[in-house]
Design a protein around this ligand. Sequence first.
Ligand SMILES: Nc1ncnc2c1ncn2[C@@H]1O[C@H](COP(=O)(O)OP(=O)(O)OC[C@H]2O[C@@H]([n+]3cccc(C(=O)O)c3)[C@H](O)[C@@H]2O)[C@@H](O)[C@H]1O
Ligand SMILES: Nc1ncnc2c1ncn2[C@@H]1O[C@H](COP(=O)(O)OP(=O)(O)OP(=O)(O)O)[C@@H](O)[C@H]1O
Ligand SMILES: [Mg+2]
Length: 245
Amino acid sequence: MKNIDIVAKELVEWIKKSVEEAGAKGVVLGISGGVDSAVVAAAAKRAFKDSTLGIVMPCHSNPQDEKDAMLLIESLGLDYKKVVLDDVYDTFLRTMGSTGDESKLATANIKPRLRMMTLYYHAALNNYLVLGTGNKSELTVGYFTKHGDSGVDLLPLASFVKHDVWELARYFNVPKEIIEKAPSAGLWENQTDEKEMGITYRELDNYILTGKAEERVKKRVDDLFRKSQHKREMAKMFVPTSIER
Ligand SMILES: Nc1ncnc2c1ncn2[C@@H]1O[C@H](COP(=O)(O)OP(=O)(O)OC[C@H]2O[C@@H]([n+]3cccc(C(=O)O)c3)[C@H](O)[C@@H]2O)[C@@H](O)[C@H]1O
Ligand SMILES: Nc1ncnc2c1ncn2[C@@H]1O[C@H](COP(=O)(O)OP(=O)(O)OP(=O)(O)O)[C@@H](O)[C@H]1O
Ligand SMILES: [Mg+2]
């Protein structure tokens, strides 16, 4: 982005205006130790210096993620709270009668959904809005949990592809360890976005921005886009062809 200073300023203003228009007093978001939440937190802190709350929510997570989350929190001077979701996750699975043989995604997606509940609880307590961290790359291919990390009030990064997010991170002085780490949903050991999506962010972002890509990439992205359409919309609503009351 040639005019990143203007874009960053507009982003901060947009958060401020959107929250004020909703009659809310601040924002809450999950701090994962990854770059998306780092950028949203940095912009939010500029918009709401005294009413931005970051929540660190390990759920059988890699301890390195919490260290990175704390690095970010300290570098921004962010108000934060740590909520460990291990027990509630275990209790949930036990209550469901889990045998441990269920599909990996069915159980992994519980984690972002527990985080969503945690964020909404704190939003309601404080009259805050929940900030999401989804970017244009993830939204395009549906790389998020429906009603989990996508269950939010505002999406400040929705127009930015992942490479824009990295650029914004440098602009906001996000610690370089966080910028350089491989993007991961952190739902299981050694999970990375690129491995799971089967394409690189370079390939995905180039295709989104230019419409050009090799056939393999086009096919993969078009396929993921089509299959995830339901995630970018409200639930399909039944409309009767005739109704008499
Ligand atoms: N056509 C359709 N119309 C309406 N609803 C439809 C549907 N097809 C499925 N569904 C519903 O959608 C559900 C599947 O969607 P969902 O539950 O989201 O599950 P799914 O898309 O299978 O999994 C989420 C993906 O996002 C990734 N993720 C999650 C969280 C964070 C991040 C990250 O980047 O940090 C990435 C995760 O690794 C995984 O690859 C189905 O169980 C069904 O209920
Ligand atoms: N352990 C966690 N604690 C708090 N919030 C989390 C945690 N894990 C995920 N989240 C929330 O879910 C969001 C989605 O995760 P995602 O991995 O896409 O973003 P990220 O970790 O910020 O960046 P990256 O995609 O580069 O890993 C995070 O931005 C954060 O708001
Ligand atoms: Mg992550």
